[in-house]
Design a protein around this ligand. Structure first.
Ligand code: AMP
Length: 113
């Protein structure tokens, strides 16, 4: 059994609130949402971070990005959303299976408008 949390979500060993799933990607709601919409998009294949994914699987990287935009549409955000890939511990990455945070439904401008 893998000790990667998100591989275990892909395998269905840990429950998740899945909003979109294909053979290549899974999108599920973040357990600790930082915005009204907060969905994580991951490739089903394990890659540690966005740099590793882009370097070894550019086609899958494009699929992850397109899926993030599709999730935003599906969640009613249209083209108004933030997409974040925390990369490395210093940037706040805590799960080392690449994931894009799709965030939306509140004002992210600074200072808030
Ligand atoms: P990061 O800090 O960028 O690595 O993001 C990891 C994210 O995974 C955090 O926003 C967590 O809230 C989220 N998370 C951790 N465990 C789960 C889980 N079981 N289901 C959904 N989201 C999770």
């Amino acid at each position: 059994m893998t000790d990667c949390l998100f591989c275990r979500i892909v395998a269905g060993e840990i429950p998740a609130d899945v909003v979109l799933r294909t053979d290549e990607v899974v999108a599920f709601r973040d357990i600790s949402p930082q915005a009204p919409v907060h969905v994580l998009v991951i490739p089903t294949e394990h890659h540690e971070n966005i740099g590793a994914l882009a370097g070894s699987a550019p086609g899958l990287t494009a699929t992850v990005l397109a899926t993030a935009a599709q999730v935003a549409q599906q969640e009613g955000l249209g083209d108004q959303f933030r997409l974040v890939f925390n990369t490395g511990t210093e940037a706040g990455q805590s799960v080392f299976h690449v994931h894009g945070h799709v965030l939306g439904g509140r004002d992210f401008t600074w200072p808030p408008g």
